[in-house]
Design a binder for this molecule. Structure first.
Ligand code: PEP
Ligand code: MN
Length: 264
């Protein structure tokens, strides 16, 4: 398998416009769940950049449980993301849900996010593989690690090995948290694959009070980075406010992360 350690012994490092993911680097992606307007991105971008984030996240096409919930701003959201990221020399990661939008996403984003709900959308995986664009592949909410790695293989088999794997929690019987963040997936995947692994404690727990401890644990367990939902005013967020932190809380988290990564 192209994504396996048997195929490639050394850990892969992906470099996009001078920003590195994997290898010895700890790379943090941060931003709102949904791009709600232009202002909210500019309210957070300086603070998250100064704290150390190098990739701006934000959804313009949102996979919402209800068709009546906010679905995202579409291309307008992509433009705002690009503009805010460019103001700091950051990268953009945003979700692609439909192969019909691939050219649009590639025009504005540096990294294509494949969401948990589409981890086994094999046609979509092949399309992003063919695009050659770097991909952030999120683990399906009920996918085994083997299935997760085979989904990555679909992308790799089209000739695209710029893949970042994202552990974002799986469904269990527990109801106190939105998902159960599978921290053991980090060493298991790192032993099986050369691809970088980032952890999403926001979707992984669904709880603001869990973001800092789980982010610290993820880095201690060997994750190559994090993806975290940051909102200027989480209480008013149009999606995922309960799991979003403020830019100030994010800055505190980054200080703690740096201490941990320096000891590894
Ligand atoms: C997201 O990152 O906003 C998202 C929808 O994540 P997931 O696909 O992991 O649920
Ligand atoms: Mn979200």
């Amino acid at each position: 398998k192209l994504v396996s350690k048997d195929f490639k012994k050394t850990n892969s490092e992906i470099s996009i416009n001078g920003i590195k993911i994997g290898g010895k680097h700890t790379t943090v992606m941060a931003g709102p769940c949904s791009v709600e307007n232009r202002e909210m991105l500019f309210e957070i971008v300086d603070k998250i950049y100064d704290a150390g984030a190098r990739v701006l996240r934000g959804g313009a096409f949102k996979p919402r449980t209800s068709p009546y919930s906010f679905q995202g701003l579409g291309e307008e959201g992509l433009k705002y993301l690009r503009e805010a990221a460019d103001s700091k020399g950051m990268l953009v990661v945003t979700e692609l849900m439909d192969p019909r939008d691939i050219d649009l996403i590639c025009k504005y984003a540096d990294i294509i996010q494949i969401g948990a709900r589409n981890m086994q959308n094999f046609r979509l995986l092949k399309e992003v593989g063919k695009s050659g664009h770097p991909v952030l592949l999120k683990r399906g909410m009920s996918a085994t690690i083997k299935e997760f790695l085979m989904a990555a293989e679909y992308i790799a088999s089209e000739g695209n090995l710029d893949i970042i794997l994202c552990e974002r929690g799986i469904r269990t019987f527990e109801t106190e948290t939105r998902n159960t963040l599978d921290l053991s997936a980090i060493p298991v995947i790192k032993n099986a694959s050369h691809l970088p692994v980032v952890v999403d404690p926001s979707h992984g727990t669904g709880r603001r009070d869990c973001i800092l401890p789980m982010a610290q644990a993820a880095i201690a367990a060997g994750a190559d980075g994090l993806i975290i939902e940051v909102h200027p005013n989480p209480a008013e967020a149009m999606s995922d406010g309960d799991q979003s932190i403020t830019p100030d809380e994010f800055a505190t988290l980054m200080k703690r992360i740096k201490i941990i990564s320096a000891t590894l």
